[in-house]
Each structure stands twice: as structure tokens, then as C-alpha cells.
Design a protein around this ligand. Structure first.
Ligand SMILES: *Cc1c(COP(=O)(O)O)cnc(C)c1O
Length: 360
């Protein structure tokens, strides 16, 4: 068996242990004589898998039964409209912090569907190379939305955003979800596409306070309404059954280590690459402010585009893939999600030093 160093931004690396467990149980799940893929989502065996994933999620976020955990289709991108459809009444204003591509899309989508939205802060003036340290909330706000980690630009909030108690905080955590301890109770709603940090593509986790449903939510198409999915415990229709099973295993894998340790490990991993950047005398240039650097998506440039291409090509020959920056920004990006083994970033850091020696 060969496993390469996979720095892809998503779908991304999964824990080897989890893949092996899936493999072992793939054809015959725990002696039941069928695969999880083939099970009715209404069967007792599947319900146990689903409930287990939900319960683990709640423990990891420290939230109780006043929160619902949903696993929806449509990607994190569908939440860009589901959120305002459900939680932004016409007489209120959705507040958004724009720190990058995805954060901006969330804001624009609210406007696109005819809602009122206010930019509470933006770092677009400097190409999203930092996180705004202040924000201004509009009159009559329905919520404040922010993106905890900016997958494309490589900035990350390392702590939950502090907001006034009466302001509903909602967050897109797709690319750093459960990469550090989070106090779920600070949030009205959290969503995260699974394929970055917690599983395969095909499911989006949505964790939200149940009481929000009584306030808003009117006459929406059935599938667009959070209430539909909450009322049926995420089983109104066929859920993304197999991805949720894998997510459940990844969540268990995270829980076994504990989020404190996961964070520590992510810090160590990222340091191999950031050190290579910082000790390169400017050969490698980090593209964001140091204090806002992401532990999940590490973005950097080389002295020229030709060298970047050579760097990515040579790395690939050494079985390090996924290092090309997002097509909208170029450069290099190493995604270092929870499941990426520490050897991967150590090897990349060493390769960076070696490459500079040969091409400096
Ligand atoms: C990848 C990503 C998305 C989009 O996710 P899809 O599941 O592809 O819709 C949204 N927000 C963030 C922060 C992301 O990293």
C-alpha cells in the first residue's frame, strides 16, 4: 500500500485508520451481511450509526439538546441561501464579515435572494491578507455571519469571535471545523461542508439552536426549511447516508485525541511549513499577516511563477500533491487539515529548504 502526502484543499485527506475501518466493513458491515451504502436509512442499524454521529458532534461542540445537528446535501454553498431564507426576515439586516472568496459569496447570495445585507467589515482592500479587527453592526441585525477560516487566502480566526450577547452569531466553519476547541453555545448556527476536515464530500453539517425556528421561517419550499429537517431529525428525506457514516468515524477519531491535542498537533504541523517560509530570507513569501495565518491552508509565493510551477512539479514527483494555489489567486497552498499526518508537513518543510538551496 502506498499513501502519498495529500495537501489538497478538498476533498482532502482522511485518517488512514478511518479508511481502513471503512474498508474492513465495506462489504459486510459488522456481520450484518450488507454494506452501509445498501442499508435503508430507516433501518435500526443505520439509525444507530446516524445517532452516534450526531451525539459525537454534540459532545465535540459542547452543546446540549437545545441544539439540532443536521446533515444536508448541496454543499456548504447551499447554506449561503438557506441561512438568509430561514433566519433573515425582510425587516431585518444580515451582517457579514467579508474575509475572502467564500465569505463574499455568502454575503452576495443574501442580496441575490432579495434580502438586506450589510458588510460589517471587509479585508478586500488588501486582497484579504488580514482579518479585520473591528466591525460595525447595522441597525436591526438578524445575525452576524463570519467565515472562521479562509480556505483560499489562508487566514484564520484562532478564537471564537466576541460579539454582544444579543447578537446572533453564525459561521461557515467548512475549512477549520473541529480543528481546535470550539464553544458551540456561542453560535446560533454553524455549518461546514464535510470534505475539508471531517469526511468525504456529499454532506454538510449544520448545527443550530432549535429555538430559532419558532421566530422566523415562513412558507419556504419544504426542503429549504431548517424546520423540516429539525422536525424529522435530519431524516425528512434520504440523508447523505454513507458520508454521514464516514463522518461519524472521523468524529470518533477526533474525540479520541481531544480537540486540545488536535489543535496542538495542527500547530506543530503548520510550524514546519511556516518556519521554512520565515527562515528563507524572503525566498518564500507568506501571503497573509503573520498573526492571522491559517493552520489549515498555508499560502505562499516563490520568486516567480516559473519557480512555482517547478516547485509544484518536483513536489509531485516526491509524492506531495495538491500544492497549487486556488485558481483565483495562484501561488502555492498547502492544506494541512486534521487528518494530514505530521510527516507530510515535515517532509514538505524539508523539501522547501532543499528546493531553495538548489534554486535560490
Ligand atoms: C469549500 C468551502 C465552501 C464551499 O463548499 P461546497 O461544499 O463545495 O459548497 C464554503 N465555505 C468555505 C469556507 C469553504 O472552504
Amino acid at each position: 500500500m502506498k499513501r502519498i502526502h495529500n495537501f489538497s484543499a478538498g476533498p482532502a485527506v482522511l485518517p488512514l485508520e478511518v479508511l481502513q475501518e471503512v474498508q474492513q466493513d465495506l462489504v459486510d458491515y459488522k456481520g450484518k451481511g450488507l454494506s452501509v451504502m445498501e442499508m435503508s436509512h430507516r433501518s435500526k442499524d443505520y439509525q444507530e450509526i446516524f445517532d452516534d454521529a450526531t451525539a459525537t458532534m454534540k459532545r465535540l461542540l459542547n452543546v446540549g439538546d437545545d441544539y439540532a445537528v443536521l446533515f444536508l446535501g448541496g454543499g456548504a454553498s447551499s447554506q449561503f441561501y438557506m441561512l438568509p431564507l430561514n433566519l433573515l426576515p425582510d425587516d431585518k439586516i444580515g451582517n457579514y464579515i467579508n474575509t475572502g472568496e467564500w465569505a463574499g459569496k455568502a454575503y452576495k447570495e443574501a442580496i441575490k435572494i432579495g434580502k438586506k445585507a450589510h458588510l460589517a467589515a471587509t479585508s478586500e482592500d488588501k486582497k484579504f491578507s488580514y482579518l479585520p479587527k473591528t466591525f460595525t453592526i447595522s441597525e436591526n441585525p438578524a445575525y452576524l455571519h463570519y467565515t472562521t477560516n479562509n480556505t483560499i487566502y489562508g487566514t484564520e480566526y484562532h478564537k471564537d469571535l466576541e460579539v454582544p450577547k444579543d447578537l446572533l452569531l453564525v459561521s461557515d466553519m467548512s475549512s477549520d471545523f473541529l480543528s481546535r476547541p470550539i464553544d458551540g453555545n456561542k453560535y446560533g448556527l454553524i455549518y461546514a461542508g464535510a470534505q475539508k476536515n471531517i469526511g468525504p464530500a456529499g454532506a454538510t453539517a449544520v448545527i443550530l439552536r432549535r429555538d430559532l425556528m419558532d421566530k422566523f421561517n415562513k412558507n419556504l419550499p419544504t426542503m429549504m426549511s431548517y424546520k423540516t429537517h429539525i422536525d424529522k431529525d435530519s431524516m425528512f428525506n434520504t440523508p447523505p447516508a454513507f458520508p454521514v457514516y464516514v463522518i461519524g468515524l472521523v468524529l470518533k477519531w477526533i474525540e479520541k485525541q481531544g480537540l486540545e491535542k488536535v489543535l496542538l498537533n495542527n500547530q506543530k504541523k503548520a510550524a514546519y511549513i511556516y518556519d521554512a517560509i520565515d527562515n528563507s530570507n524572503g525566498y518564500y513569501k507568506g501571503t497573509v499577516e503573520k498573526e492571522d495565518r491559517s493552520l489549515m491552508n498555508i499560502t505562499f509565493r516563490l520568486p516567480s511563477e516559473e519557480l512555482e510551477e517547478k516547485f509544484i512539479g518536483e513536489a509531485k514527483k516526491l509524492d506531495m500533491i495538491g500544492l497549487k494555489g486556488h485558481r483565483s489567486v495562484g501561488g502555492c497552498r498547502a492544506s494541512t487539515y486534521n487528518s494530514l499526518p505530521i510527516e507530510a508537513t515535515k517532509d514538505l518543510g524539508e523539501f522547501m529548504v532543499d528546493f531553495q538551496k538548489r534554486n535560490g
